[in-house]
Design a protein around this ligand. Sequence first.
Ligand code: PEP
Length: 248
Amino acid sequence: MSRRKLVAGNWKMHGTSADLGEVAAVAEAARRLEGKVDVALCVPATLIHRAAEAVPGFTIGAQDMHMADKGAHTGDIAAAMLHDAGASLTIVGHSERRDAHREDDAAVRAKAEAGLRSVLDVILCVGESDAEREAGRALEVVTAQLRASLPREGATAANLAIAYEPIWAIGTGKVPSTDDIAEMHAALRRKLIEALGDAGEGVRILYGGSVKGSNAAEIFAVADVDGALVGGASLKAADFLPIVEAAA
Ligand code: PEP
């Protein structure tokens, strides 16, 4: 099955209004490559509204949100609020959230379901630690994470993507071998089909972890790699656009 690739940038806790020019440069390239590749930037929540207004039609995403639709949750943001601010997708379950904010699979699943309820597309992250890979447990750990954090309702091929992000590859410059990426993406594809039937064939599986212009083409050539979630190399359009072009 052919799936158009999605390249999403995750700015993490970087970026202010001084960086909107980077968003504009990426949006301009995305417009040029429309139909060949889907592109999104997941900016800090504080920048979503300004970014969405600056580049209408371009996909601005969030990086996380609360699983409740509203309520007494000081400092938190609901999916509907992100949507109202101009986001059309959100990341959930990033390993930095799972680790620093103790988010388990049940919380990630609840967030994914909340995002879909509020018409945000969802990029759901899974990935193993260094110790788990060294122990030969990567496939078991990551497929179990997917099973336990996949939304029980509302997911379609159009509104859900999975990001396989080995924790040890994030921000380290280390990347798994293409054989290891292929093995993991094939296992995730099987699980998606088991859980979602035909829709599981269409759900995009992104790879994330130290993707750069110099390694993107090789990674995108791997079967079942349907794009990338990019951290550090998404902050500057000059670094991000070679990745987008490799996907197109
Ligand atoms: C990420 O944090 O999602 C990520 C993939 O980061 P980097 O590209 O910097 O490894």
